[in-house]
Design a binder for this molecule. Structure first.
Ligand SMILES: NC(=O)C1=CN([C@@H]2O[C@H](COP(=O)(O)OP(=O)(O)OC[C@H]3O[C@@H](n4cnc5c(N)ncnc54)[C@H](OP(=O)(O)O)[C@@H]3O)[C@@H](O)[C@H]2O)C=CC1
Ligand SMILES: O=C(CO)COP(=O)(O)O
Length: 296
């Protein structure tokens, strides 16, 4: 039995702690203390051989700098997003602290609320170290089908970018533009993600699999998605602050839209949906943005 520590007891960290505890010994820690039997100090968590990192992307650089020293741990990063302040991908951030052979990234369509009910789910463990990917995939319980991939950058881009497309899809729904418009937006979103991924060396197949189309279709079609709900809020004319206050949870698509905006300028990339999401977050009218995206 493996001893695993989950770091970050939010929705996803808690759901994964539950899932992994079916076959392994699991402890959990978080910034805010919880009254849980298996809640431990950060120091104790960091001494475990396996770490599940569930801290959101926009906070992770500071957290790693303040708290993390590598001592041989095997790390599975489960967040999805791109750092807004630097445009760095998660694997670039973590690679400053953890060697490539010790790190893996989790992607795929997976609402925490369904994982915690033990509903059937398929996930992908992505790592340059195939043995490590298999080791993590093997830790999942029967209700989670674990796949592996070595396309770290492709799966990471897919997982991060779909949150931005989900915001656009939420706006489309909020504005009642219909099913045709939603399908157009989602499929064009997938093309936009894949084109962006190609620029950074991703494998094309990743985008039609679980990490790409799978997670995009889930997130861009359900009010269970926080990012989709951000879109609904924007369509209703709410401010970013008000939306986040009502949400009470992280929505990585916001920071990622800002990151994509900077990356697009730096690399001169055409990212039409991400650009409109960024502009709506900056105050452009959703009606105007969706018209620019969907009309001639
Ligand atoms: N929820 C889901 O269905 C899924 C989420 N993800 C991804 O997982 C990541 C986490 O999401 P989720 O758990 O849902 O988010 P939540 O909003 O539920 O929880 C956020 C977590 O981050 C911790 N946190 C926030 N800021 C800091 C900080 N400055 N230092 C340390 N810890 C901090 C919080 O700690 P505390 O509460 O102790 O203060 C909390 O544990 C995101 O990247 C998300 O995109 C991926 C797949 C599915
Ligand atoms: O990544 C997710 C599902 O795979 C969760 O999406 P939200 O953060 O939009 O809820």
């Amino acid at each position: 039995m493996q001893k695993i520590a989950v770091i970050g007891a939010g929705k996803w960290g808690s759901a994964l702690a539950y899932a992994l505890s079916q076959k392994n010994e699991v402890v959990i820690t978080s910034r805010t203390k919880r009254e849980l039997e298996n809640f431990v100090t950060l120091e104790e968590a960091l001494s475990c051989e396996y770490l599940i990192m569930a801290i959101p992307v926009q906070q992770i650089s500071t957290w790693l700098k303040e708290h993390f020293t590598f001592s041989g741990q095997k790390v599975l990063v489960v967040a999805k997003g791109i750092e807004a302040s630097t445009g760095k991908f998660l694997n670039e951030i973590y690679n400053e602290y953890v060697p490539q052979e010790n790190i893996a990234f989790l992607t795929g369509p997976s609402f925490a609320a369904e994982v915690i009910q033990a509903l059937p789910t398929a996930l992908v463990v992505n790592s340059k170290n195939k043995e490590l990917a298999l080791e993590f995939a093997d830790m999942f319980p029967d209700f989670i089908k674990g796949y592996t991939s070595d396309d770290v950058i492709g799966s990471e881009i897919a997982g991060a970018y779909k949150n931005v497309i989900a915001i656009a899809a939420g706006i489309c729904e909020g504005l009642k533009l219909g099913n045709n418009a939603a399908a157009a937006l989602t499929s064009r979103g997938l093309v936009e993600i894949a084109r962006f991924g190609k620029q950074f060396g991703a494998q094309a197949d990743t985008f039609i699999g679980l990490s790409g189309a799978g997670d995009l279709f889930l997130t861009a079609s359900s009010t269970m998605s926080r990012n989709f709900r951000v879109g609904l809020g924007l369509a209703a004319g709410k401010s970013q602050e008000k939306i986040l206050e009502e949400l009470g949870e992280v929505a990585e698509g916001i920071g990622t839209a800002y990151a994509l905006h900077d990356i697009a300028i730096k690399h001169e990339l055409y990212l039409p949906i991400a650009k409109e999401v960024y502009e709506m977050l900056e105050g452009k009218s959703p009606q105007e943005s969706l018209k620019d995206l969907l009309s001639k």
